[in-house]
Design a protein around this ligand. Structure first.
Ligand code: NAD
Length: 477
């Protein structure tokens, strides 16, 4: 497999800086080295903050239309080079080609959506109810935004933050995940080519994630943190941001229920389940993690899901006819294997659906029948192609089990009619509910979770407000 061509240095102040120390990026499908990239020190991290802070002085007062045009050009470049982007994603993350193209397209859309939003930051001007003053409400860019992204959507998680931040007039320091830095570096290059002025976007890659991030968050030039990743790391970062009462947006873990109510068209539910479970090989915060199926449909649903899993072709994502690629690393694959072993200790029968290549971080798609609610597979974010099925008889019981988790990112509801679907959606304790669909994400819709799945929303009309400070002027006209 040939290596990928992306910048490999740190992007600071519009220039690519090489570091003496290099980090290797590994293709999880072959365990070969794809590239060697920079390893930022604490000083490099603070240098990126300085560059972003300097650039903010001009970018924050650049006309919205000009900011919008940079984002629009970034959308156009990404769209024209969608296959290059997909190739980098697939090689470093392992995901199947179709998923990589889907992600690259979704990622580019954030540039388009927020190029449109940049010119629509509305304020407010009205007479106070008492008539004693005029209330004027304005929104202004917060300043330097520090962004940390995970490995599972290396393009979309970066653009979902960069696009609204730049639209709002903020500047950015982005730290991508160590497993998948190349996509973020490529996006940095796209933004440079789109005309983002030097220092507006800075990207650092590092092995010293903890110390570098701690120093950045402690720096008073940094105005906000936007994090996507696990709830565990999110909580740790919230403790650090509490020191400076730093605004923080958190897109964290999930444990999505997929509930199939009595009377549902099983074939439609299977089609949705394959998307909700298998997109990205199950490594999505939105992945359906637990399937609650009404007893009247359980056998049919389980058999059909087993058959659909058995039809999946597993192999290197970059080979376009494979349906399921590698997990991002051996470590991530082993975590899933361990969860399955624990579950088998609890008496479940896990039958892998197909064989997998012997080299690479692959795992066979697996349906697990007759799982009890409250056991290992229902309590943990599996993050892989494993589908535990739990049956229920009573609708109330199904809803109770679906909500019985500390997470609340997304729920999937399948019913015979949309009216019942909306009624069920209202009872789900999650920031998003997909009704008779296996996919909810849309750049134009607010993405985010309740409970321990996060704080704030990305995308939609809300996303830009994560990077804006509201200011109220009380005026005697
Ligand atoms: P992770 O929390 O291990 O890592 C996420 C990022 O945090 C990486 O860039 C990592 O380098 C960084 N990080 C790790 N330790 C840190 C520290 N001490 N200080 C600062 N940064 C640190 O998560 P992951 O394994 O990369 O991603 C999987 C998780 O992300 C899953 O839980 C998934 O549900 C979640 N996720 C959530 C969303 C969402 O929108 N809610 C989207 C994608 C992924």
């Amino acid at each position: 497999m040939s290596a990928v061509t992306t910048p490999t240095g740190l992007l600071i102040g519009g220039e690519w800086h090489q570091t003496a120390d290099r980090l290797q990026v590994i293709d999880p499908a072959t365990f070969t080295v794809l590239a060697e990239i920079g390893n930022a020190s604490v000083a490099d991290g603070l240098d990126a903050v300085r560059a972003a802070h300097d650039a903010f002085q001009t970018w924050s007062v650049t006309p919205p239309r000009q900011r919008a045009e940079v984002l629009r050009r970034a959308f156009e470049i990404m769209t024209a080079e969608i296959e290059t982007c997909a190739r980098i994603i697939s090689l470093e993350n392992g995901k199947a080609w179709r998923d990589a193209v889907g992600e690259a397209t979704y990622a580019a859309e954030f540039f388009r959506w927020f190029s449109e939003e940049a010119c629509r930051i509305a304020g407010d001007f009205r007479t106070a109810p008492g008539g004693d003053k005029t209330i004027v409400v304005d929104h202004r860019p917060m300043g330097v935004a520090y962004m940390i992204t995970p490995w599972n959507f290396p393009a979309a998680m970066a653009t979902r933050k960069l696009a609204p931040a730049l639209a709002a007039g903020c500047t950015a320091v982005l730290k991508p995940a160590g497993e998948t830095p190349l996509t973020a570096l490529w996006i940095g290059d796209v933004l440079q080519r789109a005309g983002a002025p030097a220092g507006v976007v800075n990207i650092i890659t590092t092995k010293q994630t903890g110390p570098v991030s701690e120093a950045i968050l402690a720096d008073e030039r940094v105005a906000t943190l936007s994090f996507t990743g696990s709830t565990y790391v999110g909580k740790m970062l919230l403790k650090q941001t509490a020191e400076r009462v730093l605004p923080s947006s958190m897109e964290l873990g999930g444990n999505a229920p997929f509930v199939v109510f009595e009377g549902t068209d099983v074939d439609a539910a299977i089609a949705g389940a394959m998307v909700a479970k298998m997109r990205n090989g199950g490594a999505a915060c939105t992945a359906a993690n637990r399937f609650y199926v009404h007893a009247s449909l359980a056998e049919e649903f389980t058999t059909k899901l087993e058959n659909a899993f058995a039809n999946l072709k597993v192999g290197p994502g970059i080979e376009q006819d494979n349906d399921l690629g590698a997990m991002v690393s051996e470590k991530e694959r082993d975590k899933i294997v361990e969860l399955l072993q624990q579950a088998m200790g609890e008496g479940v029968v896990a039958k892998p659906a197909s064989t997998v290549p012997s080299l690479g971080a692959f795992i066979a798609p697996t349906v697990v029948r007759d799982v009890q609610h409250g056991t290992t597979l229902t309590k943990n974010e599996i993050f892989g192609p494993v589908a535990p099925i739990i049956t229920f008889e009573d609708e109330e019981d199904g809803i109770r089990m679906a909500n019985d988790t500390e997470y609340g990112l997304i729920s999937y509801v399948y019913t015979a009619d949309p009216g019942t679907g909306i009624r069920m959606a209202r009872r789900m304790e999650s920031g998003m509910v997909a009704v008779n669909r296996g996919l909810a994400s849309d750049p134009a819709a607010p993405f985010g979770g309740m409970k321990e799945s996060g704080l704030g929303r990305e995308g939609g009309f809300a996303g830009i407000h994560e990077f804006l400070e509201t200011q109220y002027y009380a005026v005697d006209l």
